[in-house]
Design a protein around this ligand. Structure first.
Ligand SMILES: Cc1cc2nc3c(=O)[nH]c(=O)nc-3n(C[C@H](O)[C@H](O)[C@H](O)COP(=O)(O)OP(=O)(O)OC[C@H]3O[C@@H](n4cnc5c(N)ncnc54)[C@H](O)[C@@H]3O)c2cc1C
Ligand code: SF4
Length: 838
């Protein structure tokens, strides 16, 4: 065994030697304690060494749920990257475990053979997943069976994602229906895995809420397609070398390919026990966070027991870190930690949950105010004792959470009309706004950011919401506090909130507006989404939320020179179909201008019969929608149909609705059907910033509703055609603006294409034409598109022609999936009502 004696390095040679501060555990509490020490001038007092047995810098463990569900990449959750340690002259031993502390000689012994002396020691070893006793959990070699996972670390999460993405893994059982279990279930569900939660308590999240709230939560969770078994226990994990199911105490076995154990946590106290430190439920500390009866040894975080309490959320450990740093640095030796009142404010499985204090009344004199609306997943319960709030549970609507947290923390007098505690109905409760929040009030629980920290950031010059968020990390955890963060920043900036520079970015991950981004792409000759990230994103970091917009932009700019990368696409574009609420897809064969034939109708009917399509529906765009197709059946359905895709899904040109037109209609003056078909044939499948829906009407009666389309064409007297742009009749209603009146259909096609190309080049990502047209102005559009005032008409026409020429029916790849998982099963997310058959 090699033995290396670490000595403080002489950054401050000449000055008094710095004391040696050693921290065991590089998790959220350990790193936060060091940040607080540094904030009190600790860098001048101490040479700091940290040990962490995870081979990484410090990351936000809370965000693992988002990594599991794929909403966040693991690279994005680091709180302190390795460079932070270097910049602060901290020696980090990452991937090194401390085995023992010799408190008499003041050394720590780590598993790499190192012996490190300390003057002051901080233990921040956190917790680990608790594996409840059950048969078959371990292999004879002592490791957990293949397919069984805890949910605690980045490595656990990566392994789970990998396992869930394997083709043949389809079912998971999550043991535990608390916060972690529900997050794990939700995350796995988003990988298309069928999930069942087995929970020993009588209702979900029983540590945070009572049975009524638990019942509403259960309904919301089940609506996601997650099955829940309460008051039940797993007795065994089945399978020889790998998991094949679980046995339950009182029900039939459940077959599954993976088991996630989220049945609680246990503090990591082995090192403390081995080293003779006082340990009960966890390491016992006093109000200074100093380990009981020890000098110069402190402990912080989930490994700590303070006044009998062990905490499992981050808010208390932020408070502990402040007190600890005050003592370690001597900044405030009177500081005392008196325990935390835990108010949980989270998003669990996509549901807002806030809980504090009592779940229900305890005394006969307690008042209990309850509002329950299970169909919307809303439940609110407040317990009042002696006119003070002593507990609250909010589910599905946490708008009043800031006020309630204040009322709970500070014992504020309550409005006589108790309903004002839950809803904004007027009355004194409402008056407790941002201005009245205590300076120390926790705004962001996940990252422990107080109102004061945000206000200080604003005073320090961060007068945009995103700037203050970056400076403090507020709002960068589960995201449930973003509204409050905005309110605090707006209040602190006193009306001088700056326009967020990020608001002008084309996509959030690249700090450039659209024209600058396009110019950079052109200049650097970039051809794929990953090349754009490498060249233009800060730190070359990929950003999942930016991929789809970039893919669309590159395709628009480069046509067939674009290098397609599948992971830049979202689900609809990956499988060329529209995902429905229940996780199935709709298939819409192309029917140009709404015109079909006997053969096509027969084929569609045969396919619907063969694949037992649950619903056949005519769409608003004059096509036939076959709804309820499981993802894995899509290739076969398309093969049987043998028709091109009708583009009912992507951000692209979709359809041209037409009326009957002059051949059949007695009012018609133009052949709207023919023109509609020609337009649809020309522009099929073309990407755009948002979807494009068109229409052609044969006379001003407008039976195809042309005036409320992105581009609407109307035949008028004298064989002429009017072109309207920027209309809408969906969530937003707007009559289109008249762009031009032209003499023949060829001109209609030319101007339609030119307008579409200009919109593709100029509009923001996801900006519909009804927003784009009024933003740039119809006069400007007319000048550029019709009168060619900028001399770019020929370029626009040529770019559109290139896009038209590069069209390929996406369903031509049906026999040759580009990735093994392209058409793998996707199980229902929501059970849809049976469609009535009339
Ligand atoms: C998936 C998930 C979601 C969560 N969501 C929330 C939430 O929404 N809100 C909330 O408030 N809290 C949440 N939590 C809890 C929160 O993450 C913890 O309260 C917090 O991380 C505890 O910090 P800690 O530093 O005490 O422990 P940890 O963050 O676990 O850090 C301890 C570190 O010490 C290391 N270590 C242990 N022993 C040794 C040793 N002998 N030598 C060297 N290193 C060692 C460990 O490997 C670990 O890296 C969540 C936790 C998880 C896992
Ligand atoms: S818009 Fe005019 S031409 Fe077309 S169907 Fe209606 S009335 Fe007939």
């Amino acid at each position: 065994m090699t033995s290396v004696l670490d000595r403080p390095q002489g950054r401050h040679s000449g000055a008094a030697p710095r004391r040696r501060l050693v921290v065991v555990g590089n998790g959220m509490a350990g790193a936060r304690a060091v940040e607080e020490v540094l904030a009190r001038g600790g860098a001048d007092q101490f040479a700091i060494t940290m040990f962490g047995d995870e081979p990484y810098g410090n990351y936000n463990r809370i965000m693992l749920s988002h990594v599991l569900s794929g909403e966040e990449s693991d690279a994005d959750i680091f709180l302190n990257a390795l460079s932070w340690y270097r910049e602060n002259s901290i020696t980090l031993h990452a991937g090194v475990r401390v085995d023992r502390i010799d408190k008499f000689t003041k050394h720590v012994f780590s598993d790499d053979g190192r012996v490190t002396p300390y003057d002051t020691l901080i233990i921040a070893t956190g917790s680990r997943s608790h594996m409840p006793p059950m048969d078959g959990l371990y292999t004879p070699g002592g490791s957990v069976k293949n397919g069984v996972f805890g949910f605690r670390t980045i490595d656990d999460t990566r392994r789970m994602v990998q396992h869930a993405q394997q083709e043949h893994h389809r079912r998971a059982v999550v043991i535990g229906g608390g916060l972690l279990g529900l997050e794990a279930a939700y995350g796995l569900k988003s990988h298309g895995i069928e999930v069942e939660v087995v929970h020993s308590g009588g209702h979900l999240m029983n540590a945070q809420m009572g049975p009524d709230g638990g019942a509403v939560l259960r309904r919301s969770v089940e609506a996601l397609g997650i099955r829940v078994h309460t008051s039940s226990r797993t007795t065994a994990v089945l399978g020889t070398d790998r998991v094949s199911g679980v046995s339950l105490r009182d029900r039939d076995d459940i077959a599954c390919d993976m088991v996630v154990v989220a049945a609680g946590i246990r503090p990591n106290v082995d090192v403390a026990v081995l080293s003779g430190l006082p340990v009960e439920r966890a390491i016992v500390v006093d109000d200074r966070l100093m380990v009981q009866d020890e000098d110069e040894i402190y402990a912080v975080g989930e490994c700590v027991q303070h006044r009998g309490e062990v905490y499992g959320l981050v808010a208390p450990l932020w408070e502990q870190a402040v007190v600890l740093a005050n003592h370690v640095t001597g900044a405030d030796t009177s500081a005392a930690y008196l325990g935390s009142r835990t108010a949980t404010k989270l998003k669990v499985a996509g549901v807002d949950v806030a809980s504090m204090g009592l779940h229900g009344p305890e005394l006969d004199t307690d008042e209990h105010i309850v509002f329950s609306e299970p169909s919307r997943g809303v439940f609110k319960s407040i317990v009042v004792r002696d006119n003070k709030m002593v507990g609250a549970t909010l589910l599905g609507d946490s708008r009043k959470v800031a006020y309630l947290t204040q009322a709970y923390d500070r014992g504020l007098p309550l409005p006589e009309e108790r309903i004002a505690l839950m809803f904004d109905v007027g009355g004194p409760g409402e008056d407790v706004g941002v201005a009245e929040l205590d300076d120390g009030a926790q705004v962001c629980n996940c990252n422990g950011v107080s109102k004061k920290a945000l206000v200080d950031a604003v005073k320090g010059g961060c007068t945009s919401v995103s700037g203050a968020m970056d400076a403090t990390r507020a709002g960068k955890g589960c995201g449930s506090c973003k509204l409050l963060v905005r309110q605090v920043v707006e209040w602190a900036a006193d009306g001088a909130v700056e326009e967020d520079p990020a608001a002008s970015y084309y996509v959030p991950g690249i700090p450039l507006d659209k024209p600058s981004l396009m110019a950079a792409i052109q200049k650097l000759g970039l051809r794929s989404v990953s090349q754009v990230f490498t060249a233009l994103a800060p730190g070359s970091a990929e950003d999942a939320k930016s991929k789809m917009g970039l893919a669309s932009l590159l395709k628009m700019m480069l046509a067939d020179r674009y290098i397609d990368e599948r992971d830049a696409r979202f689900i609809n574009d990956r499988v060329h179909a529209n995902i429905q609420r229940d996780g199935t897809f709709s298939v819409v064969p192309q029917m140009k201008g709404g015109v079909t034939s006997v053969q096509q109708l027969r084929r569609i009917a045969d396919v619907a019969e063969k694949h037992k399509v649950p619903l056949i529906k005519l769409t608003g765009g004059q096509r036939i929608d076959l709804l309820g197709i499981p993802k894995e059946d899509l290739p076969q359905v398309w093969a049987d149909l043998d028709m091109p895709s009708g583009y009912a899904y992507g951000k692209s040109f979709r359809t041209v609705k037409t009326c009957v037109g002059k051949d059949f209609c007695r009012y018609g003056t133009g052949d709207s059907t023919k023109l509609g078909i020609e337009i649809e044939s020309r522009f099929q499948g073309i990407e755009s910033p948002a979807k494009l829906k068109l229409a052609v009407s044969g006379c001003p009666r407008n039976c195809a509703e042309s005036l409320v389309k992105d581009v609407g064409v109307v035949a008028v007297e004298g064989g002429r055609w009017e072109l309207y742009v920027g209309g809408a009749a969906g969530a937003h209603i707007r009559k289109g603006d008249l762009l031009a009146t032209v003499d023949d259909p060829e001109e209609v096609k030319l101007l339609t294409g030119r307008f579409m190309q200009y919109y593709r080049e100029q509009a923001n990502w996801l900006e519909r034409t009804y927003a784009f047209v009024p933003r740039v102005g119809i006069e400007h559009l007319r000048a550029v598109i019709v009168e060619d005032s900028e001399g770019i008409a020929a370029q626009l026409d040529a770019a559109m022609q290139a896009a038209v020429d590069s069209y390929v029916d996406p369903w031509s790849e049906r026999d040759d999936p580009l990735t093994p998982g392209q058409f793998r099963t996707s199980l229902p997310l929501t059970v849809l009502p049976q469609v009535p058959v009339r």
